[in-house]
Design a protein around this ligand. Sequence first.
Ligand code: NI
Length: 172
Amino acid sequence: MPLLDVKIYGEEVLRKHSEPITKVTSELVALAKDMLETMYEAGGCGLAAPQIGKNIRLVVIDTTRPDEEEPNPYIMFNPEWEVESDSEDVEYEEGCLSIPEIWCNVKRPGKVVVRYTDEYGDPKEIHDCIGLFARCIQHEYDHLEGKLFVDFISSADHALNQLKLRKMAKKA
Ligand code: NI
């Protein structure tokens, strides 16, 4: 399976709203598998379609530790999430394959429910997602809305990374 080209901060495709997927086709499933492969190769735990240049509502996630656990990939078409009633906000360091070499704290809800269509076209709902999985769902969802984690970092962190971001955007 071919590795895909990951778009970098500054590319317009990362800032666009992505379109819903009306039918899960074999082509889309093949694309999702290529995205997983690309994500594993880059050492990431999530990848959204805009990051490989397609503004469609598809994300892939695997938050298992590569050398310690069996892979547990998720392919999510048209994902939606909501905060669970007993959720508390958590601050945690985030990075993004489209924004290399920058890691900053972002505060997000700690417990969510996610709803999506899987690779067989079946609706799925997972309650009480926590930890890295909950964070990844929200981060990847943001990509579908044209948002990036650096939109949510503190002004101090933004100031610290401004030069790196500007350089990245210039190359894009
Ligand atoms: Ni990202």
